[in-house]
Design a protein around this ligand. Structure first.
Ligand SMILES: [Zn+2]
Length: 265
């Protein structure tokens, strides 16, 4: 039986060796465990990354029937300094994320694999910088091509305000993991995003800046519809992105504003 997607950890080395590398796309989720307010689970970013990755994999199976998707186990690490003073956040150094990703890509490249997609819904600038650096370094070695589509989606949405565990992420958990949502989210008062869009945010934690409950935005505004829309929009965007990237077409960069911020991270 032709399993698609394949789970890397379930295969033996001979089966992996026999895969047609030009027609195999590997997916890897790297997102941290991180506090998401008093109402959402610390795995929120991992869950969202996983759901979008799975949807995109399904779409690829339809649109590119020759392609096999190969899924690596999730790596639950990331740079999460702005929330590192809350219980539940496990933050690692930028160079750790960069090295882990680069080393994995090098190892896969040596085995002949050509395409690796990195998935993260953790939009911390230092985390994205680490991923970007790993991708650039891997590209120079030229063995394996990598991309990271979700940040492109996230930062090209209409609403670009800084939020964390706000209405969008709360909507996702409400829609797809309601048993993990603390029902008191209805009573959480809004925390205004614009107060956090200052240069200080690069150096201080969100708790120090006033988000003492660990969220920014308005969780009480969450709806199942918004949760559905997030997954549908992100999956549509990322499917197109991955298809273009796989076929060697040009793909969108991060917006200039975000690229400038990343330079200083
Ligand atoms: Zn999040």
């Amino acid at each position: 039986m032709n399993k698609n997607p394949l789970r890397f950890e379930e295969e033996n080395w001979r089966d992996l060796d026999e895969l047609k590398k030009e027609e195999t796309i590997i997916s890897l989720i790297i997102s941290p465990l991180e506090e998401h307010g008093p109402h959402l689970p610390v795995g929120t970013d991992i869950f969202i990354s996983k759901m979008v990755a799975e949807q995109v994999t399904k779409n690829l199976q339809k649109d590119l029937p020759n392609v096999r998707c190969l899924v690596l186990p999730i790596i639950p690490i990331g740079v999460a300094k702005p929330t590192a003073d809350f219980p539940g956040t496990i933050s690692v150094q930028k160079k750790t994320v960069r090295n882990v990703l680069f080393d994995i890509s090098r190892s896969l490249g040596q085995q002949g694999f050509k395409y690796l997609i990195i998935w993260t819904f953790h939009m911390d600038f230092k985390h994205l910088k680490a991923i970007t650096q790993a991708i650039q370094k891997a590209q120079r070695g030229n063995k394996i091509r990598m991309c990271e589509p979700l940040s492109r989606f996230f930062y090209t949405q209409d609403k670009q305000e800084i939020t964390h565990a706000g209405e969008q992420e709360t909507s996702y958990i409400l829609r797809y993991h309601p048993q993990l949502l603390d029902e008191k989210y209805h009573y959480l008062s809004p925390v205004v995003p614009s107060n956090f869009e200052t240069i200080k945010t690069a150096y201080k934690t969100i708790k120090e800046l006033g988000a003492t409950q660990g969220y920014i935005g308005n969780p009480a505004d969450a709806s199942e519809h918004m949760g559905d829309k997030l997954i549908a929009d992100a999956s549509r965007y990322c499917t197109r992105y991955v298809k273009d990237w796989y076929m060697g077409k040009s793909v969108p960069e991060l917006p200039k504003k975000i690229q400038r911020i990343l330079k200083f991270c």
